[in-house]
Write a protein that binds this ligand. Structure first.
Ligand SMILES: Cc1cc2nc3c(=O)[nH]c(=O)nc-3n(C[C@H](O)[C@H](O)[C@H](O)COP(=O)(O)OP(=O)(O)OC[C@H]3O[C@@H](n4cnc5c(N)ncnc54)[C@H](O)[C@@H]3O)c2cc1C
Length: 263
């Protein structure tokens, strides 16, 4: 398979850097082709601004959605964004790797999503009408491909458990897994989260590296999270609400959108 790993840590000598090297080495050993987008090393520009839309006239107001649509359709997106889109189209698997910062991805990676997931490419795809709300949530440009997160966290696994004070990790990562990856069509694998990393010892690293290698060996066979497809019949259109009585017993909140979540 072809794998794109998007890496968001400022220092290659970090724990994240070491884990990235482990992941890449294992993927290559398994015969996969790998490309890495190292956002800090490449000086990725994270903010959306006028320079993203060279076709915009000087006196024209910047409306990001409209400008993104125009630039994608007119093939006037900037070369850095086009290059990332080409890599996404090339890859069978997308991996986003980052340290958890304030319960979210580092700003540079959010900015990669903001700029690369353009209108007409990652959103605004397909028919939008009273009968159909576009090709999204399981359908779209990136359908048929797989994606997963590799995340390091200072907090303990228990802190991110269903009753943990930080909130369940599945909920914290839902906006990324469901809102960013499933939205344009990816099948999303369960995240690989490494906990309690700030005082990681060499022995901890050895264990974490082996667990990561195993995830890389099973990229093609790991069952994706069973998110419900928007256009699969589970949702009322155009309200886009889960049909009454479809939820699994005990499921609420984000879990409503996962088949079998209450079991
Ligand atoms: C702004 C900010 C916000 C944060 N918010 C959160 C949050 O919301 N929730 C949360 O849980 N945590 C949070 N953290 C903690 C953060 O998630 C961790 O600091 C981060 O995941 C550690 O990853 P790293 O790659 O930077 O580790 P590093 O700091 O590079 O390394 C961590 C430890 O691993 C050791 N180590 C062991 N083996 C190796 C090896 N082979 N290579 C390199 N290092 C090794 C290092 O010596 C070090 O002690 C936050 C941190 C910051 C800076």
């Amino acid at each position: 398979m072809k794998v794109l790993l998007v890496f968001a840590h400022p220092d290659p000598r970090s724990l994240n850097g070491a884990l990235r090297d482990v992941a890449v080495a294992e993927l290559v050993a398994q015969g996969h082709e790998v490309k890495v987008s190292d956002l800090y090393a490449e000086g990725w520009k994270s903010e959306v601004d006028r320079t993203d839309f060279p076709a915009l006239l000087d006196d024209q107001r910047l409306i990001p959605v409209a400008a993104s649509k125009q630039a994608f359709n007119g093939n006037t997106l900037t070369p850095d964004v086009k290059a990332e889109i080409d890599k996404l189209l090339w890859a069978d698997v997308l991996i986003l790797q980052f340290p958890l910062w304030w319960f979210a991805m580092p700003a540079i990676l959010k900015g990669w999503v903001d700029r690369v997931f353009a209108y007409g490419f990652a959103y605004g795809v397909g028919e939008h009408s009273e009968a159909r709300w576009g090709d999204r949530y399981g359908e779209g440009t990136l359908a048929g491909k797989r994606a997963m997160l590799i995340v390091t966290a200072g907090g303990w696994e228990e802190h991110y458990s269903p009753r943990g004070v930080n909130g369940p990790i599945e909920d914290l990562l839902f906006p990324i897994n469901h809102g960013i990856l499933y939205y344009p069509g990816y099948e999303v694998l369960p995240p690989h989260v490494v906990y309690r990393v700030d005082r990681f010892s060499a022995a901890d690293f050895t264990t974490a590296a082996e667990q990561l290698r195993e995830r890389m060996r099973t990229l093609a066979t790991t069952a994706p999270i069973a998110y419900r497809r928007q256009n699969g019949g589970d949702y009322l259109i155009p309200k886009m609400q889960l049909r009454p009585d479809l939820e699994d017993p005990g499921a609420n909140g984000f879990a409503l959108h996962i088949n079998g979540a209450g079991n």
